[in-house]
Design a protein around this ligand. Sequence first.
Ligand SMILES: Cc1cc2nc3c(=O)[nH]c(=O)nc-3n(C[C@H](O)[C@H](O)[C@H](O)COP(=O)(O)OP(=O)(O)OC[C@H]3O[C@@H](n4cnc5c(N)ncnc54)[C@H](O)[C@@H]3O)c2cc1C
Length: 456
Amino acid sequence: MGSAFESDAVARLRDAVSGTVYLRGDDGLAAEVACFDPTVIHDPEVVVAVATENDVAEAVRFAAENGLPVRVQATGHGSELPITDGLIISTRALDQLQIDGDTGFATIGAGLRWAPIIAAAAEFGLAPITGSSSSVGAVGYTLGGGLGPLARSHGFTADWVRGFRVVTAAGDIVTADASTNPELFWALRGGKGGLAVVTEMTLELVPLRTLYAGSIFFEGDAVEPAFRAWIDWSAGLADEATTSAVFLQVPDVEAAPPPLRGRFVLSVRFAYPGDPAEGEKLFAPLRASAAVYLDFVGEMPAAAVASIHNDPEQGSASWVRGLMLDSFDQEAGRAIYELVKPGSGSPFLAVEVRQIGGATARDTFDGTAVGGRESRYTLSTIAGDPATFAELAPARAAAISEAVADKISATTNVNWSVGLVEKAAFEKTWPPAVFDRLAADRAEWDPQRVFAFGPQ
Ligand SMILES: Cc1cc2nc3c(=O)[nH]c(=O)nc-3n(C[C@H](O)[C@H](O)[C@H](O)COP(=O)(O)OP(=O)(O)OC[C@H]3O[C@@H](n4cnc5c(N)ncnc54)[C@H](O)[C@@H]3O)c2cc1C
């Protein structure tokens, strides 16, 4: 342990908080800050598993006094690199949730994943605008903007935030909303980090009981024509519908669903939040584009939104790279297919193209720091075999980037970017004017740089 806090400072911190303080080497520390990718193992000097917002304030003050950089973790879905210094505030126990059925506002504790929020909202006939996975943390996801299965009809999740309660670098508890600290409110919607610790988020829910949605799978000879059809069909799709297409190389392991095990497939996801008959009509051309292998698209409860993408609940070692694109066309599609098709030596478990635009292109009336509004597609590559992470996966991802080089957006979105771990990408994570304004906001709210954020 560093000498900076060898005194009774730790004892005072333990007395002051109702949560648990772990020092490096303590039993329970590793479990408290376990990550989605289990090969990323944090080993900071201190972890404070906060139970209240007062605990957050005490932890921030302790860190500032002892020169420890502060990071925040809820679920560990966002951790790409191990944290080996400073203090982690673990928000898992901040799990309060209140829904006001009259206003449709949900007050969400910083430790909550989407799943319990989706379930509680459904009881009011309401739904949060979420990401693809219901095990991702609601606050961490939304601070980056948040692009999900309803992106084109409803925009970024950050567009639905109505306020935050935060602990500042000075240890003060303040509100940020349209009328109180509006500049901080702007920055927190998309700026992601280096600003404050969010303890609570107020999110407007939308009235939504059912979706015409799900995923459909093509296999073998049908994969290529179905992808070609997806490119043309999605280009003309109504803004109210959201779709993505993913090439999956499903591992030949027992845990894989039997019909998909060991197969190379194309999965097309679709979500339409309106009349199911209209949704069926919109989806019909894609459904008819090639021989369908499995079809799970139909009317479903809005609370089943996570079944559209079916992201894994359990994490595993992974190498992920994301891009945002201004456009997508047959030429790009053909090049990507050649790089991922069976026999190509592709290391990727998944190569996904999501169509965005529609509501994601429209900022809120008061503006947000969300990056990626000018983009129309996202492109992600995910490898799962650690033996490929050093060379093959980066080389193949570079080849895919090359294939779409003329379409890559000038800036990106922080939830999609490697900007938090790669210096060269950090500045391009937001449009230049947004980047500069965020830098000024961080300097104002955290002049001593108590919060560690971005490539170190
Ligand atoms: C399986 C999977 C699916 C995903 N799907 C999507 C998707 O569909 N759309 C999308 O946009 N993104 C998606 N993401 C990316 C995800 O939104 C980010 O990784 C997000 O940061 C995860 O937040 P978390 O709280 O779960 O993770 P954590 O690792 O706990 O937190 C990530 C970061 O969020 C910040 N943070 C978290 N809580 C707080 C807080 N209380 N105060 C201040 N800062 C905080 C910190 O900077 C922290 O480092 C996905 C990621 C995974 C692994």
